[in-house]
Every structure is written in structure tokens, then in C-alpha cells.
Design a protein. Structure first.
Length: 456
């Protein structure tokens, strides 16, 4: 941009022709001072200092030229040549890039000189220096550069007022105004961009805040949903546990009922087997009596004894199965089976004696078999009584699946006798039959005949 500035190239006549050449890259120094008046004495300058400085300036030796200008000596009151020296010093500093120092020299030249053209050029040099300073600040601080350009334009205006024939001033002034306008537009554009960026940033921040709020709301909803799901799962688990406990209780109740039914069935089976054993024992006694009376043939007695033995063996097996099924491994159950086994052995002896027609021995063996069967029956009844007492003692215990902790009592089925009542009746029957058997044996031993009821 600075290359667009033009330098002035005109002659300045103040009594004498003062050559001041303004080039594209800068300005040339003044070559000599002017006479004051026609009869006045000429200006005295230290020998060769001004001219030597101008020569060094023309050769591009600006530092040396600056020293020569600083060493120039003028007579007192020679303001014209003083302004020329300050002006040339400003040009030299301008060429060295010392724009702020050049401005000070130009200001001094305009201040001490009364020549309008010299003052115009000094103001023109200030405008150029300010333009260069503004050019250095454009990238870092455009607002400062605009202020410096505005000062530069002001210097150009002042220079033009002193010399309106200098078209370079007009050109540079217009150039600076365009530069000011361009910078102001750039500043305005940048401000607008900054404002837009701020607006966008604010919108982005608002969107981010809204997004964060939405995410927070979603997270809260998710947390609430998770809590609700957890609560529902806990409720379902509690319901399942309660249902499982209820099912276990129902299963336990069913199991208890089944166990009770099995116990009742086993008791009934036991009663039936006991009844069968009693019948067999009665039959054995009857057969023994018949053998003693010899009312039947030996062959018939032998067959009856064989049938009775087989029935006794079968009953023994059923008693054994029933005991194993009931899980009764007590000593009385085994004792009953041992007595029956002994009775079966005696029955075999009686059967062999009947074959050999040994009626007395057969009757004795049959009596012993009947006694063994009576012992087995007594053992069976004792085992049943003990079992009934055990069940009665355990009826007050709590069930395994009882949830509320209350004890569960064994309930008696409608029309069914309690274990205690059954035991009492069985004991009475046993005592009564034993009494009847004793009476019957005594009568047979005395030779009296008594009719025996048969149930087979």
C-alpha cells in the first residue's frame, strides 16, 4: 500500500533556487540555502557539511549523512537554513525507517521555517511517516492504524493548504482515505464476524445447555425407570417367594395328608393281617383239637395242616412286606416273624407226624405251633400298641412346611377310631380270646367236647 504514495518533484524558489526532490521511495535533501535579500550576506555553514551530507545521502550512506547534518553550523538567526537542515535530517531518518524520529525532525523544520513551501513539504513528510507507522500496525491493531492514517490524512490536508499546486499531496490524501475506508470496513466486518461468532457461541452454549438439560432429564427419567423396574422386580420376587412358600405349604399339607392316609392304610393292613393271624391261630387250635379227638382221618388232617402251614407262611411274608414298606425295623416286628417261623416249623413237624399216623405227637406239635402263633400275635399287638403311642406323642409336633409357626395336629378321619381306642379294643379282644382259649384247653384236657366256631 505504501508503494502507492507519490513523491513530489518540483523546484522551490526562495530568493535563490532551492532544489528539493521528492522521489517514490523518499525525498532528497535540500542542496543549498537561499539568500535573504539582495544586499544581505550569504549564509555561513561549516565547510562542506551540508553539501557533504547531501552527497552522502545521494550515495545512500544515510547514517554518515545524518552525522554530517548534525555537525552543520549556522549563523544566528538563519532560520531558513536551519529548516533545511531539519528537513534533510527528517528525510534521512525516513530513509532509515526511523519514522517516529523523522516526524520529530519534520515538525522542527515546519516550526522554525517561515517558508510555506518548506513547511508544506515538512507536513507532507509527516503524512508519509505516519502512513508507514500505520502500515506496521495494520496486522496487529487495525483501530490504531486507522487513527494513525487519520493523522496522516490531517497532515496531508495541512500540506495542501500551504501548497495547492502539489498534486502528489492530493493523490496520497485520496490514497490514505481509501485505506482508512478499507480498514474501517475490515474492522466493521471483523466486528460483525466477532458478533456473529459470539452469537453462534451463545447459541452453541444455549444448545449445549439445552442438550445437557435434555440429557440430564433423560438420565433422571432413566434412573426413575430403573428404580421402578427394580421395585417391580423386587415385588415380583416377593410374590414369587410368597407363591413358592404357599406351594411348599400346600405340598407339605398334601404330603402330610398322604402320609396320614398311608399310615391309616398301613394300620388297616396291619389290622387285617392281625385278624388273619388270629384266624390262622384259631384254625391251628381247632385242628389240634380235632387231631386229639381223632374225628377226622389222618389224610384229611394232614391236608388241613399243610394248608394251614402255607397260609401261615404267606401271612409271614405279607407281614414282612408291610413292615418293610412302613419302615418299621423295631425288635417286635422281627420277633413276630421269628415266632411265625417257629410256628411254621412246628406245623411241618405236625404234618410229618400226621403222615406217620402219630396222632399224639402231631397234637403236641400243633399245640406248640398254636402257642408260637399266639406269641407272634402278642408281639404284633405289642408292636402296634407301641406304634400307636409313638404316633400319639408325635401328633403335636410342627409340620416342616408350617409358615406361621403353629403346630399342626394329626386329624382323625370321619368314622375312624383313634389309635388309643383301637389299641384298647385289640387288647380287650386278645384278653377275651386268651381266656376263651384257656377255658377250651382245660375242657379238652378233661375230656369234655365243646363246639368250636370255625371261620374258614
Amino acid at each position: 500500500m505504501i508503494n502507492g504514495l507519490k513523491a513530489a518533484g518540483r523546484l522551490n524558489k526562495v530568493n535563490r533556487i532551492i532544489l528539493i526532490i521528492m522521489l517514490f521511495s523518499g525525498m532528497l535533501p535540500l542542496t543549498q540555502a537561499a539568500e535573504k535579500t539582495e544586499n544581505s550576506k550569504q549564509t555561513v555553514i561549516s565547510k562542506g557539511s551540508l553539501e557533504k551530507g547531501n552527497k552522502l545521502y545521494s550515495d545512500g550512506r544515510f547514517d554518515e549523512a545524518l552525522q554530517e547534518y548534525a555537525g552543520s553550523i549556522l549563523e544566528d538567526g538563519d532560520e531558513l537554513n536551519q529548516g533545511v537542515i531539519e528537513f534533510n535530517t527528517g528525510n534521512t531518518r525516513y530513509r532509515l525507517g526511523k519514522y517516529k524520529e523523522a516526524i520529530e525532525s519534520y515538525k522542527e523544520a515546519a516550526l522554525v521555517s517561515n517558508d510555506p513551501l518548506l513547511r508544506s513539504k515538512a507536513l507532507y513528510g509527516q503524512g508519509n511517516s505516519l502512513f508507514h507507522i500505520a502500515a506496521g500496525d495494520m496486522k496487529q491493531d487495525k483501530k490504531k492504524a486507522v487513527t494513525e492514517l487519520q493523522e496522516s490524512a490531517a497532515r496531508y490536508k495541512s500540506a495542501y493548504q500551504l501548497d495547492q499546486t502539489n498534486n502528489d499531496i492530493v493523490y496520497n490524501l485520496e490514497y490514505v482515505r481509501k485505506a482508512i475506508k478499507k480498514l474501517q470496513d475490515e474492522i466493521k466486518k471483523e466486528q460483525q464476524q466477532q458478533q456473529n461468532q459470539q452469537n453462534q457461541q451463545q447459541q452453541q452454549n444455549q444448545q449445549n445447555q439445552q442438550r445437557q438439560q435434555n440429557q440430564q432429564n433423560q438420565q433422571n427419567q432413566q434412573n426413575q425407570q430403573n428404580q421402578q423396574n427394580q421395585q417391580n422386580q423386587q415385588n415380583q420376587q416377593q410374590q414369587q417367594q410368597q407363591q413358592q412358600q404357599q406351594n411348599q405349604q400346600n405340598q407339605q399339607n398334601q404330603q402330610n395328608q398322604q402320609n396320614q392316609q398311608q399310615q391309616n392304610q398301613q394300620q388297616q393292613n396291619q389290622q387285617q393281617l392281625q385278624q388273619q393271624l388270629e384266624n390262622l391261630q384259631q384254625q391251628q387250635q381247632d385242628l389240634q383239637q380235632q387231631t386229639e379227638q381223632q374225628q377226622q382221618s389222618s389224610k384229611q388232617s394232614e391236608q388241613q395242616q399243610k394248608d394251614l402251614r402255607e397260609q401261615t407262611a404267606k401271612l409271614k411274608q405279607e407281614l414282612q412286606k408291610n413292615r418293610e414298606k412302613a419302615g418299621n425295623n423295631g425288635p417286635n416286628g422281627k420277633k413276630t416273624e421269628e415266632k411265625l417261623e417257629e410256628a411254621i416249623a412246628k406245623q411241618r413237624e405236625a404234618e410229618a407226624d400226621l403222615k406217620s399216623n402219630k396222632q399224639q405227637q402231631a397234637a403236641s406239635a400243633q399245640q406248640e405251633a398254636a402257642d408260637k402263633m399266639q406269641d407272634a400275635l402278642d408281639s404284633l399287638k405289642e408292636d402296634k400298641d407301641n406304634k400307636g403311642n409313638k404316633d400319639s406323642d408325635g401328633s403335636g409336633t410342627a409340620g416342616a412346611g408350617n409358615i406361621d409357626g403353629n403346630t399342626q395336629q394329626s386329624q382323625q378321619l370321619p368314622g375312624e377310631l383313634s389309635a388309643e381306642e383301637v389299641a384298647k379294643r385289640k387288647a380287650g379282644d386278645i384278653l377275651r380270646r386268651e381266656e376263651e382259649d384257656n377255658q377250651r384247653r382245660q375242657k379238652y384236657r378233661l375230656g369234655r367236647k365243646v363246639r368250636v366256631d370255625k371261620d374258614w
